[in-house]
Unconditional design. Structure first.
Length: 467
């Protein structure tokens, strides 16, 4: 059973505090972030490190990460039985029962697919290529895997094309999304009846709000209020503009944002409009780039100057050669494992050596920074100073994340879509031929048997070149 309680009366399009509680799960104080997984785990963080060195107690997973061989082979994730109210998906991914698990058809952010959705299928990207996932199969999977929260499928166009979506296309989006939601709620009812009074009262379903203007999806929003109210446990939004389209009778439902804010400034903007929970890809992107996040909320009282002309970077580029001899922590005053046990010079050395531990430590640090950031946000909202603190944050810190300056971990096929011939490789070659030596050998004349040893030494034989 999922309950969401707001701390006091909330105003429309204003920041708000809440508590999300699921039976046997760690409560979530909102606003807060949901851990974004890749194939069931937070990138770079093993399960023991997640438990010991982070406060991540809620996870977002995409079904497409686990079903690449279906059909014809049955994925092993479906062979795990549902016992003792423990999700088979948690068992498969080795997460403790207290973790709040959110399941969606697609990972986040989703890779754009070459084929469109149909009335009965959703186009997905697996680790072995693109394929179509029948909606009925996704619904059956949620019934078998028993996540705490399941996101009902949404048929929407890519963000770049949503403004040009025709009236007919928007109508089709609304109709499909409504039908899929109805089928998902029917599954929820069946699961609840099967469990009876002894279970955890079934699966909580979050309904999507389409990323289009309210008037263009009015029929769908009316259906949410008239037909699905009481069965829907929360809302999923793909655009911050949709926060203003939520019907008044659904205002008290928790809101999960899948809008992919690029930086903390955009994140704060969405919090100011009443968003509750977020999946934040920019955290892992910063980690992959070797950037240790370094912002706090509220910001320090004084910046580098009073007029804000010199803003502080949002993170530290640990690839920078200046860090090679710096034994300070990644962020002053930070109490995360990476900052307490290690220093900038060590992280710089690990990155230069391409040691995996580098990204492990940076990821632990970055999630700690986000924990402290959201704790500061909640405190600011409670004190009634959020808007002033948000403006101070924008004056103190740079607007954008630091640019990536070096190569991070290898990019996997399920993380991007190829654009066609002539596209540069996403990953550099791990091993290269000794081209310079090969060319020199090819151009050098073959010495005769009677050549003098001194002549060979003059041509470099026996000399050691230093690089």
């Amino acid at each position: 059973m999922l309950t969401f309680t707001l701390a006091g009366a909330s105003q429309r399009l204003a920041p708000r505090l809440g508590t999300l509680i699921a039976k046997g799960r760690t409560p979530i104080q909102t606003p807060h972030y949901i851990g974004n997984t890749s194939r069931g785990v937070i990138p770079h963080i093993t399960h023991d490190n997640q438990r010991k060195h982070t406060a991540i107690r809620s996870l977002y997973m995409g079904l497409e990460d686990f079903i690449e061989k279906l059909p014809p082979r049955k994925p092993p994730i479906y062979d795990i039985p549902y016992e003792n109210d423990i999700s088979p998906l948690k068992v498969f991914a080795s997460h403790p029962p207290s973790t709040l698990l959110i399941l969606s058809p697609r990972r986040f952010p989703p890779v754009e697919t070459p084929t469109a959705n149909t009335n009965t299928t959703l186009s997905i990207c697996t680790s072995v290529g693109f394929r179509s996932l029948p909606i009925s199969q996704y619904i059956d999977a949620t019934a078998k895997l028993h996540p705490d929260i399941v996101i009902s499928p949404c048929d929407f166009v890519p963000p770049a094309a949503k403004q040009n979506a025709s009236v007919k296309r928007v109508e089709k989006m609304s109709d499909r999304t409504a039908v899929w939601l109805r089928d998902m709620l029917a599954m929820k009812k069946e699961v609840r009846e099967e469990q009876g009074s002894g279970g955890n009262n079934g699966i909580s379903v979050f309904a999507p709000i389409l990323p289009v203007e309210g008037e263009r999806q009015r029929y769908y929003l009316d259906q949410l209020v008239e037909d699905f109210k009481g069965e829907v446990s929360g809302l999923v939004l793909y655009d911050c503009g949709s926060l203003g389209e939520i019907p008044e009778s659904l205002e008290e439902l928790p809101r999960l944002m899948l809008s992919d804010p690029a930086n903390p400034r955009e994140l704060l903007q969405q919090i100011s409009l009443g968003a509750d929970m977020f999946v934040l890809p920019f955290v892992s992107l910063a980690t992959d780039a070797g950037i240790a996040l370094g912002f706090v909320f509220p910001p320090p009282l004084l910046g580098k100057d009073g007029n804000g002309s010199t803003r502080v970077p949002l993170g530290l580029d640990t690839w920078n050669e200046e860090n090679a001899t710096d034994v300070g922590s990644l962020q002053e005053g930070c109490q995360c494992y990476a900052c307490v046990k290690h220093h900038k010079a060590y992280l710089h050395h690990l990155l230069s050596a391409k040691e995996m531990l580098a990204w492990v430590l940076i990821q632990i640090h970055n999630h700690y920074v986000m924990d402290q950031f959201f704790a500061g946000v909640r405190s600011s909202i409670a004190n009634g100073t959020f808007e002033e603190d948000r403006q101070a944050f924008e004056r103190y810190y740079e607007a954008e994340m630091s640019e990536k300056t070096n190569q991070g971990p290898r990019v996997r096929g399920y993380q991007f879509k190829s654009k066609g011939g002539g596209e540069p490789k996403k990953n550099p070659k791990g091993y290269n031929k000794l081209d310079d030596m090969a060319e020199s050998l090819a151009e050098a004349p073959v010495p005769s048997p009677s050549v003098d040893a001194g002549d060979l030494e003059e041509h470099g034989l026996g000399q050691v070149s230093k690089s």
